[in-house]
Design a protein around this ligand. Structure first.
Ligand SMILES: [Zn+2]
Length: 271
């Protein structure tokens, strides 16, 4: 069953998690319902893509009202396809929420065990990874494009949580809307890097389609990395939504680089 459900024209949520933990807010925006124009119409959440900053702030304010999660509780990052994770706390609230200049530099993942903080990252084809260990109140979000994926940002988060005393069996993961294997064609360079981390895995997440061209299933690759890191298979949800196939989303590949960004988010609401 598809774990991500369209809760509103402007965003999807992870239904199962919401049912189990009503105070947990986790999901992803669509491209609909905002005020941005041109390439960014309409609900662009990214500050760094050339859109009018005022429109992006307005889009973010709209979403904060829809989610009932104040903008001054959000944190955001300047994402660099690296594997740096940042543990945030309440003093960080608002950082990167309304401007790119004060966002966390060089950060591709957040985690926290405090309520009232909405972890946010921007996406347009890359894989959003949602983490939750409700027993420990820990939640996390990571940005996994092919670079972050082959550098194993997924395993990095599991390791960071192990260091906090959280065993992998207590960690639940949702792999969110991102580019599907049919839409995602890569070359030998990328596939060689994938090979390096999947030596002992039989089922390869890629297929040769023509000379030096492969279709790569980035979602499946992240799933395999998580399984290797000790996450039980039953703990992992994976979406079928492709950001390129589906008209709900901005897609960096489909829109040839000139496009907006969706926002993935996870946070404990304050009660
Ligand atoms: Zn697709």
């Amino acid at each position: 069953m598809e774990p991500f459900a369209l809760h509103h024209p402007s965003y999807l949520t992870i239904e199962n998690w919401t049912k189990l933990f009503p105070e947990l807010l986790a999901g992803m925006t669509t491209k609909h319902g905002g005020t941005s124009k041109g390439f960014f119409q309409t609900l662009n959440m990214g500050f760094h893509v050339g859109d009018r900053i005022d429109d992006v702030v307005e889009n973010r304010q709209k979403l904060s009202v829809l989610l009932d999660f104040p903008l001054n509780g959000w944190v955001g990052a300047e994402q660099t396809h690296d594997i740096v994770l940042k543990k945030v706390s309440r003093i960080d609230r608002g950082t990167g929420a309304e401007s790119y200049q004060n966002a966390f530099k060089g950060t591709d993942g957040f985690y926290t065990d405090e309520p009232g903080i909405l972890l946010t990252l921007c996406f347009a084809d890359c894989v959003p990874l949602y983490f939750a260990a409700p027993k420990f109140k820990m939640i996390g979000l990571a940005h996994a494009g092919w670079k972050g994926t082959v550098r194993e940002i997924a395993r990095q988060m599991v390791q960071a949580w192990r260091n906090e005393g959280i065993p992998p069996e207590e960690i639940y993961i949702a792999i969110g809307p991102s580019i599907c294997e049919e839409c995602y064609i890569v070359d030998n360079h990328v596939v060689n890097l994938v090979e390096n981390i999947l030596e002992d895995v039989d089922e390869k997440p890629y297929n040769l389609i023509s000379d030096g061209q492969y279709s790569l299933n980035l979602r499946q690759l992240n799933r395999q990395i998580l399984l290797k890191a000790g996450i039980p298979v039953r703990n992992i949800l994976m979406t079928g939504y492709c950001t390129s196939c589906h008209d709900l989303f901005f897609s960096h590949r489909k829109d040839q680089g000139k496009t907006g960004r969706m926002l993935s988010f996870i946070g404990w609401k304050e009660i």
